[in-house]
Design a protein around this ligand. Sequence first.
Ligand SMILES: NC(=O)C1=CN([C@@H]2O[C@H](COP(=O)(O)OP(=O)(O)OC[C@H]3O[C@@H](n4cnc5c(N)ncnc54)[C@H](O)[C@@H]3O)[C@@H](O)[C@H]2O)C=CC1
Ligand SMILES: O=C(CO)COP(=O)(O)O
Length: 316
Amino acid sequence: MIGIVGAGAFGTALAVTLARAGHEVRLWGRDAAAMTAARTVRAVPRLPDVPLSDGIMPTGDAADLSDCGTILLSVPMQSLATTLPALGLRPAHAVAACKGVDLTTLEGPTRVIARFWPDATPAILSGPSFAADIARGLPTALSLGCADASVGGRLQAALSTPTLRLYRTTDVAGVELGGALKNVVAIACGAAIGAGLGESARAALMTRGMAEIMRLATALGARRETLMGLSGLGDLALTCASPASRNFALGHALGRGETPPDATTEGTATAEAALRLGATHGVELPVTAATVGLVAGRLGVEDAVRALLERDLTTE
Ligand SMILES: NC(=O)C1=CN([C@@H]2O[C@H](COP(=O)(O)OP(=O)(O)OC[C@H]3O[C@@H](n4cnc5c(N)ncnc54)[C@H](O)[C@@H]3O)[C@@H](O)[C@H]2O)C=CC1
Ligand SMILES: O=C(CO)COP(=O)(O)O
């Protein structure tokens, strides 16, 4: 039996694909009334058009997940540290399915898990995948990072489905940081497209953004080959190119001078966290710095672009 914490778009999509593959799934959401309603309506508000099959039990009571050996965590990153201790669970394996860096502690999701659930083996699931695509059963491939190779292998086998293919690695930092940092670049790319700066500017931002991801993530212990994989280059390609990305959409609205839609956009907090990590580790992050200025309203798109173009010429 698999437990999923977070009945938003991603947690629900994972529940649907795992149930389709034959797993019994308990899906916990913090809004108990909505979860009770979901038992009858057989859908959750974030994915209203995706039917929940009989194998999924929606619940607002975390105790219903106490028999689940494996728990997937798909709440927004900034709420992970408050969600975990409130659940009262002690799973053997905890797989983070959220993308970001905790702004208070600058920890990635597996460190947060280790702090609150020291007996659980933490893992991270990340890569290019829109919740709607997973829920529809479209082909998707993700990275599963787990420092314990044998647990990683078991989780890979358990959580892969006929349409969701997992690749495993022991490089947890690489999977975490690739998935977190690409959201910052997606905001920057959205802003460039929204402001009408063109496809060439987007390609330049993606490439120089990837250079920043490489610099910061390797300084924090990630391996380059992981960052060139699904949770890095792969997710960067998806999110920077698709208007369906909420991070891209946020940047796009800012680029057009419009009010951004109200949505989970992990890249805003991650950009701040990345700047702090960069300052500590002596890593220059010009695209991230411009994105932070843009999101905070301190820089317009033109100022941000000027700041990037006026930097000293350098080697690639
Ligand atoms: N939606 C997508 O296509 C994908 C999302 N993700 C990641 O999954 C994570 C969750 O995102 P989504 O499901 O898309 O977001 P969402 O906005 O659809 O849902 C977030 C869920 O978390 C709950 N939540 C919010 N604050 C909370 C708190 N303080 N305590 C407990 N629950 C809280 C909300 O009620 C909601 O059910 C994010 O880290 C995101 O980057 C990863 C891959 C794809
Ligand atoms: O991470 C995602 C796809 O892999 C989803 O991107 P957004 O959070 O920007 O919508």
